[in-house]
Design a protein around this ligand. Structure first.
Ligand code: SF4
Ligand code: SF4
Length: 243
């Protein structure tokens, strides 16, 4: 089953942070104390209570200062390294919804600090977060309770510019490829990030490193997944998603 996907067109993002706030509001996540750090981005990073953050990057384009915005969140990998690592550690804290493909962290299953460290290190996009007090992990869950009711994820619903899109994977891939072709004519470096291996498909108009150091995956993570899968396959029957 192809499942669902996000398509995030960063060229349309104005950094209004509506998506970031909508996610906090829907999941009733605690506020984060923020500081002026010489950058408009707040909070500074993802956390146990911040599952989506709009990253601000000041860049020079054609000799002029510019901003690139990157609405960072879980990529909901087709073959999630975090899930395979958890399984290899004997934990059932991470599962994948067979219908949508959403990668889900169980809010009731505790994970030891040393195990969490391995799970976080296995994520090529540095997404998983953990609460020291409760020993619970957290990240974007695709607003699974909304999409099972036929609603859009809160972040997509809140986006006023069309940067955030969500739907059946084939439709999102078509939309992403069409938009990429349009932008390529103006921005030769425009590209989709890891579209074949993730369900959160970003479109950027420049080198992904200029947006965020973990914006794109370099292929090593996928190699590691293959290795871990070989280890855990005999232990569990694992469904596989196509495209
Ligand atoms: S982006 Fe990271 S946390 Fe999200 S599914 Fe992939 S490996 Fe797991
Ligand atoms: S709501 Fe849309 S325009 Fe606003 S920050 Fe998020 S992706 Fe960008």
């Amino acid at each position: 089953m192809a499942g669902k996907s996000f398509f995030i067109d960063t060229s349309r993002c104005t950094a209004c942070r509506g998506c970031q706030i909508a996610d906090k509001a829907w999941w009733n996540l605690k506020g984060t104390k923020t500081y002026q750090r010489g950058n408009h981005q707040n909070p500074e990073d993802l956390s146990f209570n911040t599952w989506k953050v709009v990253r601000f990057s000041e860049v020079e384009v054609n000799g002029k200062p510019n901003w690139y915005f990157f609405t960072d969140q879980c990529r909901h990998c087709l073959e999630p390294p975090c899930m395979y690592t958890a399984i290899s550690l004997g934990s059932k804290a991470i599962t994948r919804c067979e219908e949508t493909g959403a990668v889900l962290y169980d809010p009731k299953i505790k994970v030891k600090q040393e195990d969490f460290k391995k799970i976080r290190e296995s994520c090529p996009w540095d997404i998983p977060r953990w609460d020291e007090k409760t020993q619970i992990m957290a990240k974007c869950n695709m607003c699974i309770n909304r999409i099972r009711e036929g609603l859009l994820p809160a972040c997509v619903k809140a986006c006023p510019t069309g940067a955030m899109n969500f739907g059946d994977r084939e439709r999102m891939l078509d939309m992403a490829k069409k938009k990429l072709n349009e932008l390529k004519a103006v921005y030769p470096k425009a590209q989709l990030l890891n579209a074949d291996s993730v369900r959160t498909i970003f479109l950027v108009i420049d080198d992904p490193q200029k947006y965020w150091k973990y914006a794109a995956e370099n292929g090593l993570g996928i190699t590691m997944v293959a290795a871990i899968k070989r280890l855990v396959r005999p232990l569990m029957k694992l469904p596989s998603f196509v495209g």
